[in-house]
Each structure stands twice: as C-alpha cells, then as structure tokens.
Design a protein around this ligand. Sequence first.
Ligand SMILES: Cc1cc2nc3c(=O)[nH]c(=O)nc-3n(C[C@H](O)[C@H](O)[C@H](O)COP(=O)(O)OP(=O)(O)OC[C@H]3O[C@@H](n4cnc5c(N)ncnc54)[C@H](O)[C@@H]3O)c2cc1C
Length: 287
Amino acid sequence: MRQKLFEPEYVLDVRCIAGLNGIRPQTGIGVEIGALTTLNSIERSDFLRKHYPVLTEAAATVASPVLRNMGTIGGNICLDTRCLWYNQSLTWRKACGYCIKKDGDLCHVAPGGTKCWAAFSGDTPPALLCLDAEVEIAGPSGTRRLPLHEFYTGIGDNYRKLEPNELLTRVFLPASSADYRGIYRKLRVRGSIDYPLAGVAVVLKRFDGHVSDARLALTAVNPAPVLVKGVTQLLNGKIMDEVLAEAVGELAAKTAKPLTTSALTPEYRREMIRVFTKRALLAAASN
Ligand SMILES: Cc1cc2nc3c(=O)[nH]c(=O)nc-3n(C[C@H](O)[C@H](O)[C@H](O)COP(=O)(O)OP(=O)(O)OC[C@H]3O[C@@H](n4cnc5c(N)ncnc54)[C@H](O)[C@@H]3O)c2cc1C
C-alpha cells in the first residue's frame, strides 16, 4: 500500500475468524491446516515435521522469525507475484512508464509481449504442490475445493483463481503424501530475510534402496509455482546417484523460465535450480 500498488477502500483483518486457525490431523485422511495458521506454527509443528517435513522446511525459510509469527499459510499461498519493475515506489514506476501489471501497457521484462512475467515467489507452495495439496475456497455461494496446482494461472498480473469476494479457508494434505523424505532449497540475497529468487522442493520415497516415488516443484522462476513433469518416470525403480540427480536437474532447469524480474540474472537463477535440484535429490536419498 505504501508503494501505491494497492489503494483499498477498506482493509479487513481476518485473523479472528474462528475455525480457520490450527493444524488438525485426520486419521487415515491426512491433515487439515486452517488458512490463518501462522508459518511459525507450521515450522514448529511436530506432526508436520514428522509426516510432511518438506512443508516445515519451506515454512522455516520464509522471511524472518518476526514475519513468520504474523504471516499465515493462506497469505503465503495467495502472495502477489513480484518483479523488479513492479515492487517499486510510485515515483520510480511512473518514471519508467509503469508496466502491464499496474497502470501501464508494456512489459519491461519481455518488451513487445502482452503477458506479465512477474514471478511467484512464495516458499510454501512448491512444498505443498509436492504433497498434492488441495485448497478450500469460501465465497458467497458456498465453498469449493480444488487441487493447489489448479489455483495458479501462470499469468503474472492475474496469478490466482480467486474472486475479490472469496477467501482461502483451508489447506488439505492427503495421507498418501505423508512420510516422504522432504527437502527445500532456496536462493536468496540475504539468508536472514529475503524472498526466494529460485526455490526447489523435493519429496522422495524409497523401497529397498530404490526410488518408489518422487516429486519436484519450483518457485520464483515462473509466474506460478510449478511441478516439474517427468520426474517420477525418470526416477522410479532406480537407485539415486549423481548422474541421475543431474539428469533431473537438467529437467528442472528446462522447466524454469526466469526472466529479469529480480536483481540476480536469469542465467544464474536457472543454474541454481539445476544445482539445488541435484543437491536436494541426493540429500533426500541419503540415509
Ligand atoms: C521483508 C519481507 C520479506 C518476505 N520474505 C518472504 C520470503 O522469503 N518468502 C515468502 O514466501 N514470503 C515472504 N514475504 C511475504 C510474507 O511475509 C509471507 O508470504 C506471508 O506468508 C504472508 O502472509 P500474510 O498472512 O501476512 O499475508 P498477507 O501479506 O496479508 O496477504 C498476501 C496476499 O494474500 C491475500 N490473502 C491473505 N490471506 C488470504 C486468505 N486466507 N484468503 C484469500 N486471500 C488471502 C491478501 O489479501 C494479499 O493479497 C516477505 C514479506 C516481507 C515484508
């Protein structure tokens, strides 16, 4: 609001809505997390750390402890997309002729294009995608539930399927996603506070030393958090080693489409996706 990106007539504090706060395991079904649950509560939950460790790892890297005490999982899922040309003061943006995402009609990142490439930069959504999370949305006509991967549009200036009169109320993690090894790796300028400029979440299950299931998702390198396709097929039935982890790293780097939305170059961010993917897979498969 200080940067005049939003000038709302009213600001609504949703923190007191009863029933939307807390982590509720449901035997045989999974776990329900209220949208108002703070990131700090998620980071410190023994249940989530034991059964869904990729989520606690990702939550623990959001911003700083002070912000995690206030910030919620719902807010992290609904977080606005970010860009070097957008997250600036009004004076700065005016001097540059604004941009597609706010008040203008050009994209400084992809000149000539009509699509906004602002990057989705939340830390928990890639972890949630790996866990097959679903979200519940409440509106005037009732509630609807949809897989998290359907919640994002992939368009930077219209990034989520949420009407102005709708509220994200709950997140569900299925029992079938429990007890995977989970790793989250994140590139940021200052380790103590910053948003990710590239982020990789990995979950992996092994049987008898062989991978029996694996999923990988990226953040901060596309206008939406994305699951990398083809990972399960590439890894299933195999024993993880450097060559295999590198092959998946290549796949992840091809899925990442970083543009000049941040101070770090797209080339570096893409390379770090490759490196983090390899490291995360090897860590997840280590004993
Ligand atoms: C200095 C700084 C550093 C940060 N670093 C990181 C970082 O490293 N990683 C990261 O992921 N985030 C980061 N953030 C962003 C923020 O702290 C977190 O994303 C936090 O989870 C936001 O939660 P919130 O409840 O405060 O959401 P808000 O900021 O209040 O909301 C974010 C958006 O979601 C909407 N919204 C919130 N809750 C709901 C709901 N239940 N239903 C529908 N819409 C909703 C709001 O209207 C708004 O559009 C940072 C923020 C700051 C200020």
